[in-house]
Design a protein around this ligand. Structure first.
Ligand code: ZN
Length: 253
């Protein structure tokens, strides 16, 4: 083989190796992206997006805050319908307005941890993950809450460090199987939120809602969502009550 042919051959194999490396990297990154947003799987520990049950029971869950805008109105709606719901709160607003978190606790709702700052936690180092969760749970405890504190990842996203921390500390991640808001302009009218909820809800569903920020569409939709679900024979539970219905739903990662 001539020297030229040899060099050409080597260049060809380097090219092939590079193509394989790039393709593998793309596949790995894509898989990591899919796993980070999967609501039913994480590498370590327990994650729950819904429970397996024949009973017509669902859990209403509210993320973020507490804020002045959302807290009292949502408490009032839930009180009128005699429903206990689950609130995943952020540490920072809770520190700024502990009285709002106290209102939720005193009304008998379940409280969960939704991180301190609501940053994306997919690539967050272990020590920051620990700080985000521990400072928030500490605030919840300082307000006198005694129930188990579970965790909902901001944006529902997690990859390695967060699930690893959760598993080491025996904290269950709670996601959802009914997502009613799109956060796209014009797409989140009360009517559309109600319609999407009714289309996707099933026995054992965990319904994600946001009432602490935004234009109030979800708050407007809420009474109708509750009424229509009741008409269909559903009753409402906290996430803890829902888990008790079906302990097998505790999926081990
Ligand atoms: Zn959130």
């Amino acid at each position: 083989m001539s020297l030229k042919a040899k060099i050409l051959g080597q260049q060809g194999s380097i090219k092939r190796t590079l193509v394989i490396l790039i393709a593998t990297t793309i596949v790995l990154l894509y898989s990591a992206f899919q796993i980070s947003r999967n609501h039913q799987f994480q590498f370590f520990g327990k994650i729950i997006s819904h429970v397996e049950t024949d009973k017509k029971v669902v859990a209403l869950t509210f993320d973020d805050g507490p804020t002045y805008k959302g807290t009292e109105p949502v408490i009032e709606i839930l009180r009128q319908h005699e429903i206990k719901a689950t609130f995943y709160l952020n540490g920072r607003p809770m520190q700024q307005h502990p009285e709002l978190a106290t209102l939720l606790i005193d009304a008998g709702h379940e409280i969960g941890n939704h991180s301190y700052s609501h940053k994306r936690m997919v690539f967050m180092p272990y020590s920051d993950v620990a700080e985000e969760l521990e400072s928030t749970s500490k605030l919840i405890r300082e307000l006198g809450y005694q129930g188990e504190i579970r965790f909902r990842p901001p944006y529902g996203k997690k990859l390695f460090m967060l699930p690893y921390y959760l598993a080491r500390n025996d904290i269950t991640a709670i996601t959802w199987d009914v997502e009613t808001e799109t956060f796209n302009k014009g797409e989140d009218t009360p009517e559309k939120i109600i319609k999407r909820t009714m289309e996707s809800v099933k026995p054992g569903s965990i319904i994600l809602l946001h009432v602490m920020h935004g234009d109030g569409s979800t708050l407007k939709a809420l009474p109708e969502i509750i009424s229509r679900l009741k008409q269909r024979g559903y009753r409402f539970a906290t996430v803890s009550e829902l888990i008790e219905l079906s302990p097998k739903s505790l999926v081990k990662g």
